[in-house]
Design a binder for this molecule. Structure first.
Ligand SMILES: Nc1ncnc2c1ncn2[C@@H]1O[C@H](COP(=O)(O)OP(=O)(O)OP(=O)(O)O)[C@@H](O)[C@H]1O
Ligand SMILES: [Mg+2]
Length: 277
């Protein structure tokens, strides 16, 4: 792709959950793709295009290189798992994609927006309307009910669901008036997911969403993410240390020492309910 070119939008359906293996994949369950920007496995619509991303943190005399040249495209409707050792740059990459942090060098395009050149007002607008975040710790406001925690976001969104709809989607239609302290960890995380998706974001960015949960509760949370991805078509990125979770992804991006080591595609996805760790 020539420098400066937006990779374009070619609409093809996202890969179905039990999709037919593509031609290259027929003899193996997981296929490695080239970790090169602009190479689209199925030519689906590009949602994020990142090019040459570096992030250097100056720490006194030394510099910490959190990202060392990441090229990446994310496609509409896909479910991506981001794997890598601690310190490999996963959160740094997610925060840059979500407009929470700026790279030291490189470009990030999302739906026609240039996130690196965007001013504060445009970035605020981007974070408010286009991105949903889910973190390991749920960050709910303790003095507000589940419904009120979600309403904080729907009150300022353009075309939101109602808090009741969002909470029903995550299976908490019966817990609307519970305070966070009256909910289990998994339920609190599902409220956080309802809050993140109620504004109907283009992309849902999740940094270790099951990191604080036992495996059974983690699976319930992953089933919710799977459902949102399938029903709303929300492009979803999940950071995890848990390689088993990679089995539910369309694609797995391996980060190592600030670089993409490899990208794999699951020939057949495993439903979240069948995961265990
Ligand atoms: N604000 C910061 N200031 C200085 N260094 C930072 C900062 N944030 C991250 N780093 C460094 O950048 C590198 C990548 O950090 P990052 O948080 O992206 O890793 P990670 O893959 O998310 O790790 P983990 O799995 O432990 O969450 C690490 O070496 C970290 O120490
Ligand atoms: Mg992290």
């Amino acid at each position: 792709m020539p420098p400066g070119a937006w990779p374009g939008r070619v609409a093809l359906p996202a890969v179905p959950i039990r999709g037919a293996p593509d031609a290259v994949a027929q003899n193996s369950r997981r296929v490695e793709e080239k970790a090169v920007s602009g190479v689209s496995p199925d030519r689906a619509e590009v949602v994020f295009h990142a090019e040459g991303l570096t992030k250097i943190y100056p720490m006194g005399e030394v510099e910490v290189a959190a990202l060392r040249g990441v090229d990446l495209d994310l496609y509409r409707g896909e479910f991506v798992v981001l794997l890598g050792p601690s310190g490999s740059g996963k959160s740094t990459l997610l925060n840059i994609l979500g407009g929470l942090d700026a790279p030291t060098a490189g470009r990030v395009l999302c739906g026609g927006r240039d996130l690196v050149r965007a001013g504060e007002a445009e970035l605020t607008e981007f974070r408010r309307h286009a991105v949903g975040f889910v973190f390991q710790f749920y960050n709910l406001i303790p003095s507000l009910t589940a419904r009120e925690n979600v309403a904080i976001v729907t009150d300022i969104a353009r075309h939101p669901m109602t808090p009741e709809e969002a909470l029903a989607l995550v299976g908490l239609g019966e817990r609307l008036d519970h305070f966070p302290a009256q909910l289990s960890g998994g339920e609190q995380q599902r409220v956080a997911i309802a809050r993140a998706i109620a504004k109907r974001p283009e992309v849902l960015l999740c940094d270790e969403p099951t990191g604080a949960l036992d495996s059974r509760t983690g699976v319930v949370v992953l089933e919710v993410l799977e459902r949102i991805n399938a029903e709303l078509g929300t492009t979803t990125v999940v950071i995890t240390h848990n390689a088993d979770i990679a089995r539910m992804a369309h694609r797995i991006i391996h980060l190592s020492d600030g670089r993409i080591g490899k990208i794999e595609r699951n020939a057949e996805r495993c439903p979240a309910r069948e995961l265990h760790w």
